[in-house]
Design a protein around this ligand. Structure first.
Ligand code: MEV
Length: 325
């Protein structure tokens, strides 16, 4: 058994939704960006045994022999990318697990890339995404594909789960990187992400909204439609580097998510802290009911990170320009 020297370094992005979460489940576009670092493979050891992942920051150590979602994901990964023998992957996590930042897709992609290298499989970006999407299905029964797409391709993407048969005319010229994702080329402002550490289940939040939808479709539909207008305003604002309009679109998107009962008192407190320390906008990101917020900042964002950390949350600056393409 021995480490593989210079072959070791592999990294995958995290992802954060800027606008459009939940509306994306109902066929509307969401705007999401990758950031790095997400996960980094720090070492790998070959051996006789099983395929195993060790992620100390997540207190996770599991192998394909485990009857857990991670174990099942590893068994599937080996089936998709066959290789001989055992392999232990030791991974540094720079993103929290289960907080809406794409931890499972980031792990899935890292395993795909490590196994492809181990088995001598040459994968295109599209194949990497496809395999990662298959692994995502183990963790989230019916994933929209947003996480695996944004994490694999990197950068800022508009994602629509049903594809782009009818694009708004303003988006006609955007490059389609998959049938569901359009690349949005623009210089991104600085964002702060903060983790509430409140455990949440995206599946439960999605199911809760689905229930609400069944009770009163027009009421929910109106809000979903309004969220999709926020996404359109945000894309236009990014194109013009108009951060005031971007901020108002994010604020409006958050108000609509609150209306849909997708926030949480702790997220509201975090948003107040971010706004009081100078953020231009702050909203929940991902499933809501816990998890993370994202704040748009002007300047270097240090006072906002400091205020959120002082208040007991875990906040950090995101530099999307560092995302791995
Ligand atoms: C979760 O990160 C985003 C949701 O829109 C769910 C999904 O897209 O599958 C809430």
């Amino acid at each position: 058994m021995g480490p593989q020297g210079e072959l070791m370094m592999l990294s995958t992005n995290g992802k954060v939704i800027l606008l459009g979460e939940h509306a994306v489940v109902y066929g509307r576009p969401a705007l999401a960006m990758s950031f790095s670092p997400g996960l980094t493979l720090v070492s790998q050891e070959e051996g006789e045994g099983a395929l195993r992942v060790i992620v100390p920051a997540w207190q996770l150590e599991q192998s394909e022999a485990d009857f857990t979602p991670v174990g099942e994901a590893l068994r599937l990964a080996r089936k998709l990318l066959p290789f001989c023998g055992g392999l232990t992957l030791s991974i540094d996590a720079h993103i929290p697990i289960g907080a809406g930042l794409g931890s499972s897709a980031s792990l899935g992609l890292l395993v795909v890339r490590a196994l492809a290298r181990q088995g001598g499989h040459r994968l295109s970006r599209a194949q990497e995404r496809e395999y990662t999407h298959e692994i995502e299905k183990v963790f989230h029964r019916d994933p929209s594909g947003l996480d695996d797409t944004v994490i694999t391709f990197g950068g800022l993407c508009l994602f629509c789960r049903s594809g782009w048969n009818e694009r708004p005319s303003a988006w006609e010229s955007l490059e389609a990187i998959t049938p569901q994702a359009l690349r949005v080329p623009c210089a991104l402002p600085t964002f702060v992400i903060a983790d509430s550490r409140v455990p949440h289940s995206t599946q439960a939040m999605v199911a809760g909204l689905r229930h609400r939808y069944q009770l009163d479709p027009p009421w929910v539909e109106a809000r979903i439609e309004a969220i999709s207008r926020c996404v359109e305003r945000a894309v236009a604002a990014l194109d013009l580097a108009d951060h005031a309009v971007l901020a108002s679109a994010m604020q409006e998107n958050h108000r609509l998510l609150v209306d849909l009962e997708l926030s949480h008192p702790i997220l509201e407190q975090m948003i107040s802290v971010a706004m009081a320390s100078g953020a231009l906008a702050a909203k929940l990101t991902g499933g809501g009911g816990g998890g993370c917020i994202i704040a748009l900042v002007s300047g270097d964002g240090a006072p906002i990170v400091g205020a959120l950390n002082d208040a007991g949350y875990r906040a950090w600056l995101v530099n999307p320009q560092q995302a791995i393409y």
